[in-house]
Write a protein of this length. Structure first.
Length: 135
């Protein structure tokens, strides 16, 4: 398993940044999957994200300072995918931080490194997109 992170300073109050965070906005900002369905459950929101040749259920939960989500069940090549999106106060604005743990269920050497490299790109793209959406 590999852990990756991306962050971005946003010239806005943390509450304003947090208001832009939703399961749908996070999935869209990452750019790999699109939202196919959203279901409210007793334990959180489940987003069915679809991408090239796969459908991934992502269980979201609210945090005091953002969101956390995990991939559930059989998730294609993933053995584990967990991500936290947090917003903290920083001088004259906010720090938007995305942290993810990823592991592939593939018997290939360096598979987790490749997954982490791709995931880091998704997190960087999401940080840029989410920061730009704060209005």
């Amino acid at each position: 398993m590999r852990e990756v992170e991306a962050s971005r300073f946003v010239l806005a109050h943390p509450r304003a940044v947090r208001r832009t965070l939703s399961p749908e906005s996070v999935v869209a900002a990452e750019g790999t999957f699109t939202v196919d369905a959203v279901e409210e459950t007793e334990t959180g929101v489940v987003v069915t994200a679809v991408g090239p040749g796969m459908s991934v259920p992502l269980r979201f939960e609210s945090l005091e300072d953002g969101l956390r989500y995990t991939a559930e069940g059989e998730v294609g090549p993933f053995d584990r995918l967990e991500t936290e999106v947090t917003v903290t106060d920083e001088a004259n604005g906010s720090r938007l931080r995305l942290r993810s743990s990823v592991s592939l269920n593939l018997p290939l050497p360096l598979a987790d490194r490749v997954a982490a490299w791709k995931r880091r790109g998704e997190l960087r793209r999401a940080a840029e997109e989410l920061a730009a959406s704060v209005g």
